[in-house]
Design a protein around this ligand. Structure first.
Ligand code: NAP
Length: 308
């Protein structure tokens, strides 16, 4: 006979990113200012996106605001959407050679004509501040990270900030892209107290997805599929760090689309122990982590460490 007793609702915490992002930005500023000589230029970040009026414009405005708070110089460039592969590669190469620039972000996805991995592989691993080039992914895979994708650092920083240990815990990452899912999985596999997790990676070809998701103590969806994660396929008391970001229609079909994560936050209330809201969870911390990586590259350049 089916049980009539229901498990009591949990008090679900919302893990907002702003307090952590603000702290990281202040630390970043203090870090470079305390080292810089009076005549020395601040660290500089260049961000390159394609397509006037694309969402990259919005990202760059946000990056510019955060860079200003961190005291970091910012150069946002939007190239025409139909720029040739040679044209884009040449521009990134120019920025890569410019010693006054310490970080380069190539906004993606790029249109299919461009080979993202090939372009970023031409950037020195320190300047590849989003850690997406093949050298940086390889460094992470072999346990010697140089620059790590900011979104992965942000997920880890949020867990640490809210006191959630990872060592010995079961982390399930939904997504296997080279720039998000794989680096996330590798980061949590690293030895040490902020890693040491048991990691499962699932993707669109995974059979019995819900069964894998329910085994997660910490679930990190990064699929870009709103509603993929909900009470139906998570275990009671799980923690959900929602990396997914997509536009989705809300309940009112006449209203404009809204930004949504992969988790159906409403269904997780009273069921999950905590989740990161979208927008406002992982996103602000990711931008702050980009600034931290830019300062690390600036430090490496000052000591010649970037040439190793
Ligand atoms: P992507 O290249 O499209 O990869 C998506 C991954 O999700 C793929 O591995 C795909 O599996 C998997 N997937 C898709 N649908 C699925 C389903 N129904 N069930 C299970 N797995 C599924 O995207 P990405 O570049 O990795 O980015 C992932 C998400 O993170 C996007 O929403 C992006 O906007 C977001 N993001 C957020 C931030 C932030 O700061 N918050 C930063 C970067 C990215 P297959 O490999 O089998 O196709």
């Amino acid at each position: 006979m089916a049980s009539t007793t229901q498990e009591p609702e949990i008090r679900t915490a919302q893990w907002w990113g702003k307090p952590l992002a603000d702290r990281l930005v202040s630390e970043v500023r203090e870090r470079w200012e305390s080292q810089a000589r009076p005549s020395e230029d601040p660290p500089c970040l260049a961000s390159v996106g394609l397509g006037e009026g694309s969402p990259f414009h919005v990202y760059q405005r946000q990056q510019a605001r955060v860079a200003q708070r961190a005291g970091i110089r910012f150069r946002g460039e939007i190239l025409p959407r139909d720029v040739s592969p040679e044209g884009l590669r040449a521009r990134v190469e120019e920025l890569a050679k410019d010693a006054s620039i310490h970080g380069i972000l190539l906004e993606h996805p790029l249109p299919p004509a461009h080979d993202f991995a090939r372009i970023v592989s031409g950037i020195n691993p320190w300047k590849d501040v989003d850690g997406v080039g093949p050298t940086n992914v390889g460094n992470l895979a072999t346990g010697r990270p140089v620059q790590v994708p900011a979104v992965a650092l942000a997920a880890r920083a949020l867990l640490q900030h809210y006191g959630e240990p990872t060592a010995g815990r079961h982390v399930v990452v939904v997504g296997r892209s080279e720039t998000v899912g794989i680096p996330l999985a590798l980061l949590f596999l690293l030895r040490g107290e902020r890693g040491d997790a048991t990691v499962t990676v699932v993707h669109s070809r995974t059979v019995d997805l819900a069964e894998h998701l329910r085994r997660a103590e910490i679930l990190i969806p990064c699929a870009g599929r709103p509603g993929l994660v909900s009470r139906r396929n998570t275990s009671r008391g799980a923690v959900v760090v929602d990396v997914g970001l997509a536009t989705a229609m809300g309940p009112d079909p006449s209203a404009p689309p809204r930004v949504a994560g992969d988790a159906d936050a409403r269904s997780l209330e009273g069921w999950a122990r905590a989740y990161t809201p979208v927008p406002g969870g992982v996103g602000p911390v990711t931008v702050a982590e980009i600034m931290a990586s830019t300062v690390r590259s600036w430090e490496a350049a000052r000591t010649g460490g970037d040439r190793t």
